[in-house]
Design a protein around this ligand. Structure first.
Ligand code: PRP
Length: 211
């Protein structure tokens, strides 16, 4: 039997993914060792391999077939736009992609003004403003702490993830528009879905029973 390989997005999502897999009898003891520097973990009995990758790279590993299955946020799936099957909403990591800014920017959005939009997710921002709102804007790509941008006048608004809303509140910003809801999703390589259909469908069905 061939190994089935999982790419998990490093951090909170990987932890939640492992907890969920554990509920359906899939464990990887090796992975629980916090001090390990190993990158790939094997469950010989179940013929499974797991590795942790930067969230943004998970769709890449899955599209190229280096991983059969990935667990990653919908934000990353939308931003990366890779060819893969999104097969399941895992229900954790729930948050929202929003247009945020100071209350004063609401008017600029309503009047379709030419504004600057800072985001870690330039493709999502572009799709929202150009294809959904038909508003011409300038998109500025940032790599994190995006809430800074409207405070220091780099941009009028941002497109970013809102979970509890406390980052916005503590920085005098607010949600102005909602782009889409987000959560962790299971994605599958298109060839693996055919070649390993039985094993993957069993995994999906087992997960459905605990979700
Ligand atoms: C994310 C996101 C927001 C914050 C939202 O940032 O970009 O900044 O969390 O969470 P909240 O609504 O619960 O405050 P993250 O911590 O991933 O770091 P980053 O700023 O480097 O992207």
């Amino acid at each position: 039997m061939k190994y089935l390989t999982f790419a998990l997005a490093k951090g909170r999502l990987a932890k939640k993914s492992l907890e969920l897999l554990e509920q359906i009898g899939i464990t990887c003891e090796e992975m629980k060792d916090k001090d390990t520097r190993k990158l790939i973990f094997v469950n010989e009995e179940l013929k499974l391999k797991f590795f942790l990758a930067k969230a943004g790279d998970v769709p890449t590993y899955v599209e190229y077939g280096a991983a059969d299955i990935g667990v990653v946020g919908k934000d990353t799936i939308l931003e990366e736009g890779r060819n893969l099957y999104e097969v399941m909403d895992l229900g954790f990591g729930k948050c929202r992609m929003c247009v945020c800014g100071p209350e004063s920017a609401r008017e600029l959005l309503q009047h379709h003004e030419m504004i600057r939009v800072a985001s870690k997710y330039p493709n999502i921002a572009k799709d929202y403003f150009y294809n959904q709102k038909h508003q011409t804007v300038e998109i500025i790509k940032l790599n994190g702490s995006v809430e800074l941008a409207p405070i220091v006048n780099l941009s009028e608004v941002i497109v970013d993830i809102v979970e509890t809303g406390s980052t916005l509140r503590e920085n005098g910003l607010t949600v102005l528009e909602e782009v889409c809801p987000l959560s962790a999703r299971m994605v599958v390589n298109q060839v693996s879905m055919k070649m390993e259909n039985e094993r993957i469908m069993k995994l999906i069905n087992d997960l459905k029973t605990v979700l």
